[in-house]
Design a protein around this ligand. Structure first.
Ligand code: F6P
Length: 540
């Protein structure tokens, strides 16, 4: 829909429905309709979603689906998959889904055979990864590579770092990976500690190859290597992933050792392409392609399933239900897998850089809240930290619980304990415990109010057979499309990120003032001037 979705009949109907439903407890919804447990589910690929513990009825879902239709979601999905320029502020197609198209698929965009391009890069990555993994690729001293250090930030770091952690049990060639992102020297110094330059390969990952943090860290890494092995060693110890061949060459990396992608892949949607090179070296091309097949399975589900049973559509619409009608400010994502400990951080960029916008695609101001604030930690660690607020705090925090049936390791019944915790938490959040129930246990009257568990706290449970390359790809694609659904309803451009530019430019302008011998001049504001003066006094 062009214009303001909040002025639509569908939005108004949801507002009215919210007034009727807001006062009803999940206990009541389940008592009146026990069948909802089996019915309010969806399956996509290997993912099973239980959304019965949401403050929603079938009527809610019908009204939300009507809102999605009104927002033109159907056409927008087609537009994305066809490569229309839906990133309007940058006049670009949005085609991360093409990164996982099978080789025999067809997609020509702006006159270019996208599938052939994608597979040419995947083949080049695979050949290189195989050479490193088989120890055919030798460092400058003739020794094989043992550690890959990915240097990148944002989408050029969070994706491969998250996925490497998730899939490290599949790293089977004796090559480990490390990830350096921050301009804080502690990051690169800490990560280089203990490494042998002769067996280290740097993958400098930057879509633009202009990002200050990445290029600075890459220069530090190059100096570290040259000091140990001499300048000629760079060719054997540095490769690049970028869309910018000119800058890669300027940095001194041979473009034969560059792995490309395209401006139609957003940084935060890019680790399933060349940005995933460090991951591919660790787990191997075959596993990497299994991951791509997992992504593709969810793409196909998203593209073809009716909205009523479409997992990303349902989850995206429920996100809007809480953000815009219940006034929820944040959304927790709670993987019950230590391997997914970087998943919330990865999702923060995916969701918040995409949907943290206050104007619509046509430049007019939005009139509803956008951009859920995503956060989380793996269970059960979170339970012993912040779940108290989820259970008894005053805020409503919808949460996604992600669990895996097959254990990563079966000792001491630990995995079943982990899953029991997941199930217990979602049940306690939904149904709580009443004052009567607590009093009946003999709790003193003055303590009863402290122990009341209000319940009525909404959750999704995503149950997955096992954490594998394929199911990881499925999970990531699920959230990519949830972001898309929400962005479409809000009418915003989910694929630009202009809001990060001003601060970057100001930091560049300010840096000289921090180290100059001259008196500080030209500050953006007096508070900053004050802090710079103080910093200079303290820095010595
Ligand atoms: O500053 C934000 C951002 O542009 C992200 O969108 C991107 O993922 C990150 O910086 C890194 O950019 P690049 O890959 O070009 O170095």
């Amino acid at each position: 829909m062009n214009g303001d979705i909040t002025q639509s009949q569908e939005w108004a109907a949801l507002g009215k429905h919210h007034e009727e439903l807001a006062g009803r407890h999940l206990r009541e919804l389940f008592a009146g309709d026990p069948g909802r447990a089996g019915r309010m589910t969806a399956d996509a690929g290997d993912l099973h979603l239980d959304y019965s513990k949401h403050r929603a009825t079938q009527e809610t879902i019908d009204l939300l689906v009507a809102l999605a239709e009104r927002a033109g979601l159907r056409d927008r999905i087609a537009a994305m998959f066809e490569g229309r320029h839906i990133n309007v502020s940058e006049d670009r197609a949005v085609l991360h889904t093409a990164l996982r198209l099978p080789r025999d698929a067809e997609l020509v965009v702006d006159g270019q055979d996208v599938v052939a391009d994608v597979h040419a890069v995947l083949d080049k990555m695979s050949a290189f990864a195989d050479r490193v993994r088989s120890k055919e690729w030798k460092g400058a001293t003739g020794r094989p590579i043992e550690t890959v250090v990915n240097i990148g930030i944002g989408g050029s770091d969070l994706g491969p770092a998250m996925a490497y952690e998730a899939l490290r049990d599949y790293a089977d060639a004796g090559v480990t990976a490390r990830f350096v992102s921050n301009i804080d020297p502690a990051d690169i110094i800490g990560n280089l500690a203990g490494l042998d330059p002769a067996t280290t390969l740097f993958v400098v990952s930057s879509k633009t190859f202009t990002t200050l943090e990445t290029l600075t860290n890459a220069r530090v890494a190059r100096r570290w290597l040259i000091d140990a092995l001499g300048a000629d060693a760079v060719a054997k110890h540095f490769v690049a992933v970028s869309t910018n061949a000119g800058k890669v060459e300027q940095f001194g990396i041979d473009t034969d050792n560059m792995f490309g992608f395209w401006d139609w892949v957003g940084g935060r949607y890019s680790y399933d392409g060349a940005i995933g090179l460090s991951l591919m070296i660790a787990i191997g091309p075959e596993r990497f392609r299994e991951m791509l097949a997992g992504f593709h399975a969810i793409d196909e589900h998203f593209r073809t399933a009716p909205f009523e049973s479409n997992m990303p559509v349902l989850m995206g619409l429920l996100g809007i239900w809480y953000a815009d009608f219940f006034g929820a400010e944040t959304h927790a994502v709670l993987p019950y897998s230590q391997r997914l400990h970087r998943f919330p951080a990865y999702l923060q960029q995916l969701t918040m850089e995409s949907n943290g916008k206050s104007v619509r695609a046509d430049g007019t101001a939005v009139t509803a809240e956008t951009g859920e604030i995503f956060w989380g930690e793996p269970g059960t660690n979170g339970q012993h930290a912040f779940y108290q607020l989820l259970h008894q705090g005053t805020r409503l925090v919808p949460a996604d619980f992600i669990g895996f049936a097959e254990p990563f390791d079966d000792r001491e019944g630990m995995h079943d304990q982990l899953t029991a915790n997941l199930l217990a938490q979602t049940s306690a959040l939904a149904f709580g415990k009443t004052a009567e129930e607590i009093a009946a246990e003999g709790t003193p009257a003055d303590i009863v109010p402290h122990k009341v568990m209000p319940g009525n706290r909404p959750t999704s449970t995503i149950l997955v057979p096992k954490l594998t390359p394929s199911t990881l790809g499925q999970l990531v694609a699920l959230y990519e499309h949830i972001v898309f659904v929400e962005g479409t309803v809000w009418g915003i451009d989910s694929f630009d990120q202009w809001g990060v530019e001003l601060g970057k430019k100001m930091a560049l302008d300010l840096a000289p003032a921090l180290i100059s011998e001259d008196p500080p001049t030209a500050f953006p504001d007096v508070s900053t001037e004050h802090l710079v003066r103080r910093y200079r006094e303290l820095r010595g």
